[in-house]
Design a protein around this ligand. Sequence first.
Ligand code: CTP
Length: 417
Amino acid sequence: MLQGKTVVLGVSGGIAAYKIPNLASMLKKLHANVEVIMTGNACHFITPTTFESLTGNKCLVDTFDRNFQFQVEHVELAKRADLFMIAPATANVIARIAHGLADDMLTTTFLACQAPKLIVPAMNTRMYENPITQDNLRICRKYGMGIIEPAQGYLACGDVGAGKMPEPAELLDHIRQEIGCKKDLTGKRILVTAGPTREAIDPVRYITNHSTGRMGYAIAQAAAWRGAEVTLISGPVELKPPLGVRVVPVTSAREMFEAVIAAAGTQDAIIKAAAVADYRPAVVGTEKIKKSDEEMNISLERTDDILAWLGAHRREGQFLCGFSMETEHVLENSRAKLEKKNVDMIVANSLRMEGAGFGADTNVVTVITRDGIKELEKMPKSQVAHRILDRIFGADEGSRDHERDPVNAGNRERKDC
Ligand code: CTP
């Protein structure tokens, strides 16, 4: 995803600096070129050698007194940067960058850099909440820098509160959001549903299915990274909300139906990856149902078919995509849903296929439209997500050769973004 991108990591002197090698390593795995600049104080917490080993690049440390070459290096690096992140950003560094002070390698390069900038404050709660720091952060925002809010938690100094640096995986998500993808879906509104629904039997029990929500979450994340305005209506899942996505949590099929119809009118595309219950208990016990020695039956009634409702009420030009999970007759059953629910596309998969289905990291899908059928080979759900978006928004011309060419299949994710 980040091939050909240069990410500059500015590391200042806070204890959270020890987490940044992990971020550098994650960025390298995504093929980014990673350049690290440390302040002198950061070297008390971690050594430049650590970064040099991980990135393969020289780690720059504060100095203007060594030689002339170093003095111009900051400008050259500032020009090459696709993104500059300062993490951790101490109160001192924030104050300096807010006011344009450039008295070391990090702040000089930062001031010379015109790429997108992300600041990750990490410090003691009292320092963070101090109005001076807050004013400095406001100034940084005013100049277009992105501020990644610190998490709440137990801090190294023993205090509990705001000031904790978010984990490297979250920082990586912010970088991917910023420079990971071409913003080819800017201006599009996309609604995605994901996960299972739960249909209550009584206050203790419910009926559900094995959906984990991963496919829908991957689509929502990919769409947001490509610049779309994304709403994700999610059943109960264990996944963290994708960055940059508006998440509407729901529990039952009824709640999902209401949330979808409330949002549908303004959407350019709706992708229904959720595994919605087709039936719910006709009567929900208000108290826990006690067992007896008799057999027990639960009477079920139909839920609303949300996708069919959308097919019958779609706004002009709106694209509807459903999913179809089958165990047999995948193509026939899925194609029938295309017609019956009046949608533009069905993404079909078989539970019987290795590498497809609930909870897996990969999927094997067949995309069915009125024009034809396209089988995609096994690939990570993150990549399936991009392929689906490509087909919906007509951006998949370039990828067709790849689909016929498994030898180059591994390059595909990079090609997406
Ligand atoms: N769907 C829906 N509302 C329902 C049931 C399903 O919106 N009450 C949507 C799903 O989100 C999916 C598509 O319809 O996009 C197909 O779902 P699937 O369960 O495969 O098919 P069903 O229509 O439920 O038919 P069957 O269970 O008979 O296969």
